[in-house]
Design a protein around this ligand. Structure first.
Ligand code: PLP
Length: 218
């Protein structure tokens, strides 16, 4: 059984434990993978890949541009890289992390006459080293971005699970984000869960998981 098959089987079990009608999308995080490793997964059927550095996104998507792959950008966006990201036209930007960044991004999108689907990143574990809006301000920031930007298509929320071995704390960070997600009537994507905690995330309602090391380590 391939690494991809094993991950899909585990996603499937967690999904069924949550709700048999619940659908979960897998984004294969290829930030530590080379082109051949990505192609191997592609030939096994995987179509969505995620990168966390603009330069890597550019190189890998260019090298694989003849393949119908959807590219996700999951990393932190520095303001001096906004135009670069926009020009790569990713399928989804997961880590919009402030109203200020949204305004700058929207400004560039308007000038380029492009749209960008985005998720608002929530720092639900309230960890100082993590980006994202605090849970208390997430709803207000989400609505403000919706109302005052024109070319950002806000689709939902993203979070990174609490950085701890304490399962209860990880679950709590996912539950906080799920509760906010449910308050947003038009939000459709809830991106949470990585190699170490994706089953917990799915059991808390995640419908998109970002998995890297489990898929690519030999
Ligand atoms: C690297 C990364 C992942 C994947 O992490 P793994 O532990 O390798 O599965 C998911 N999300 C973000 C934002 C990342 O930077």
């Amino acid at each position: 059984m391939s690494a991809l098959d094993r991950v899909i089987e585990r996603i499937e079990r967690a999904r069924l434990a949550f709700d048999k009608k619940h659908i979960v999308k897998l984004v294969a995080v290829s930030k530590y993978a080379n082109i051949n490793q990505i192609l191997k997964l592609y030939y096994e059927g995987q179509r969505a890949f995620g990168e966390s550095k603009i330069q890597d996104l550019k190189q890998k998507s260019a090298a694989l541009n003849e393949y119908p792959i959807e590219w996700h950008f999951i990393g932190r966006l520095q303001t001096n890289k906004i135009n670069h990201l926009i020009s790569l036209k990713p399928t989804l930007f997961h880590a919009l992390n402030s109203y200020n960044l949204a305004c700058q991004l929207d400004d560039r999108l308007l000038k380029a006459n492009l749209r960008l689907p985005c998720l608002l990143q929530v720092n639900s574990a309230k960890e100082p080293q993590k980006a994202g809006v605090m849970p208390e301000e997430a709803i207000e920031t989400y609505q403000k971005i919706k109302e005052s930007t024109k070319n950002i298509d806000l689709k939902g929320l993203m979070c990174i699970g609490a950085h701890t071995d304490n399962e209860a704390q990880i679950i709590k960070s996912f539950e906080i984000t799920k509760k906010l997600f449910d308050e947003l009537k038009d939000a459709t994507i809830l991106s949470m869960g990585m190699s170490s905690d994706f089953e917990l995330a799915i059991r808390c309602g995640a419908n998109l998981v970002r998995i890297g090391s489990l898929l690519f380590e030999e």
